[in-house]
Design a protein around this ligand. Structure first.
Ligand code: ZN
Length: 63
């Protein structure tokens, strides 16, 4: 009876596919954020939106 153990076959390490440019989570890659326009001292919403530069990615759209 042999006690020689076969070493488990080594799995070749597969390189993980690098994700293509990761989208910014704040603007979802658009580089712009949409904010609701509020007017007046009570900050009433008028149902309009405006877009602005994403503060997280500064418009690049990638995190
Ligand atoms: Zn962004």
């Amino acid at each position: 009876m042999t006690t020689a153990k076969k070493p488990p076959p080594r799995r070749p390490r597969q390189p993980e596919p690098a994700p293509a440019a990761e989208n910014c989570g704040t603007c979802t890659g658009s580089g712009e954020t949409t904010t609701t326009v509020r007017v007046g001292r009570k900050r009433r919403e008028i149902g309009a939106t405006q877009t602005g530069l994403c503060p997280d990615c500064l418009g690049t759209g990638t995190a």
